[in-house]
Design a protein around this ligand. Structure first.
Ligand code: SDX
Length: 432
């Protein structure tokens, strides 16, 4: 990282604090404030991390102004068009596209771990049938650390590799089990003769009583969706995984923490919230009223699937998803899908409205994905689970990068204290 210098003077002090300024291979420079507190007695202040780089990383690059997203230097639109999710998993984990032999070995290793321990079904049976699948997923994923004691030592390279393969392989199985359990249908075992995404759709929709043939167009669409959702640099859930991992917690517990963070409607829970919003709008004629609500500061309603902390341009993933949406609906003979019509009209109106233009609010990754899932017959409470399946590789790759970073320390932010100064204890008899 090339360095420049920044000089900081605080208040009337004549002391000039010299700070190193690092330049990455792309994107904004970063001012190193590591020593600032020791030198100046001051913290930096950045709630929500609007201007904070929490680490250096070689995995994913985003340019929010230009709407650029690249995994290990490869553009997301090119990967979505030419690659597949297993190849992207290898790329994110190892940093390079695999050759034919490496790819074949990786796919067979992932398949080897697609089953979960038979005892795990009894954890599921302890949940109420009406449980939200994300509640089951975060619990079931954390429980993997109870079963796989031979892949918990994060300082052991082989155990890290085994944990990574298990997490990538078992997430779709856990997800499909959460769905089957919620509808009272029998669990379907993974089939290793199918590829990763087709196997997931098979576990989701197959039944023991009849043969189920995976629709190739839908499997390709889901594989593309998984690629688009695989990683996104230091978003809330990835930062959660990194912070949990910085304490040395086992990998299964860290990824479970990421699942919990992803569930929020401001983050991965937005895809479910988008569908609920579109269904609430119900008809194109109601759109102006919802746009008005979204702009009203006194109304908590926001246009779900719109806006992004980093993208101040069209989210490149949303562009690919919009095209995927049209191909899936065509395949299913649903070109006149009402929700799609409302979404497309909502997007058109919002993108000509000064409120959204001034704030650079564009459709994000969650705006179209829910329409595709719903057309495939997937219930809306499973949408964020699908996001978690795809994002598991991003979380694992980022966790691995952090653990293998020689600079790695436990993450421990400080605060600007605005509470009471010292005060004496008052016995309850003397309190008002
Ligand atoms: C994901 O970080 C990632 O990379 C996440 C993600 C990933 O791949 O990991 O990309 C996945 O989480 C996508 C985002 C999904 N969330 C939603 O679609 C929920 C709706 N969007 C908003 O909640 C919001 O846009 C956020 C949370 C996404 C971003 O919020 P910020 O960056 O904190 O922006 P902000 O809240 O400060 O908003 C700035 C202004 C405010 O208005 P003013 O106070 O300036 O007048 O824009 C307004 C906001 O009120 N605004 C919106 C809006 N989003 C922002 N107004 C109406 N509708 C919206 N959706």
């Amino acid at each position: 990282m090339t360095t420049k210098k920044a000089i900081l003077k605080i208040g009337k002090s004549k002391t000039a604090h010299e700070l190193s300024v690092y330049s990455g291979t792309e994107g904004p420079d970063a001012i190193d404030v590591t020593a600032l507190y020791n030198e100046s007695g001051c913290f930096t202040y950045d709630p929500g991390f609007m201007s904070t780089a929490s680490c250096d990383s070689t995995i994913t690059y985003i340019d929010g102004e230009k709407g650029i997203l690249r995994y290990r230097g490869y553009d997301i639109a090119e990967l979505a068009k030419k690659s597949n999710f297993m190849e992207v998993c290898y790329l994110l984990l190892h940093g390079e596209l695999p050759n034919k032999k490496e790819y074949g070995l990786f796919v067979s290793e992932v398949k080897k771990y697609s089953l979960v321990h038979e005892q795990l079904q009894f954890l599921y049976r302890g949940f109420p049938r009406f449980s939200h699948p994300m509640a089951i997923m975060s619990g079931a994923f954390a429980s993997l650390s109870a079963f796989y004691h031979d892949s918990l030592d994060i300082r052991n390279k082989e155990q890290r590799k085994l944990a990574a393969l298990r997490m990538i392989a078992k997430t779709p199985t856990l997800a499909a089990m959460a769905y089957k359990y919620s509808i009272g249908r029998p669990f379907i075992y993974p089939r290793n003769d199918l590829d990763y995404t087709a196997n997931f759709l098979h576990m989701l929709f197959a039944s023991p009583s009849e043969e189920y043939v995976v629709n190739k167009v839908l499997a390709k669409a889901m594989d593309t969706i998984f690629i688009l959702h695989a990683d996104h640099e230091q978003n809330a859930s990835t930062s959660t995984v990194r912070l949990a991992g910085s304490s040395g917690a086992n990998p299964f517990a860290c990824i479970s923490a990421g699942i919990a963070s992803l569930w929020g409607p401001a983050h991965g829970g937005a895809n479910e919230a988008v569908i609920n919003m579109l269904e609430k709008i119900g008809d194109i004629k109601n759109i102006p009223n919802f746009i008005k609500k979204a702009k009203d500061k006194n109304d908590p309603f926001r246009l779900m699937g719109f806006g992004h902390r980093v993208y101040k341009n069209y989210d490149p993933r949303a562009s690919v998803l919009r095209d995927t949406c049209h191909s899936v609906l065509k395949e299913l003979g649903m070109q006149n899908n009402t929700l799609l019509k409302i979404a497309v009209t909502l997007e058109e109106i919002a993108l000509t409205d000064t409120y959204f233009i001034e704030r650079k609010l564009y459709p994000n990754v969650d705006f179209y994905s829910g329409i595709i899932y719903k057309a495939m017959g997937i219930p809306s409470n499973l949408f964020t689970v699908l996001f978690a399946i795809a994002r598991t590789i991003g979380w694992v790759a980022q966790w691995k990068e952090m653990i293998e970073d020689p600079k790695q320390k436990i993450g421990r932010p400080r605060q600007l204290y605005t509470g009471y100064k010292l005060r004496k204890y008052v016995p309850v008899a003397k309190r008002k």
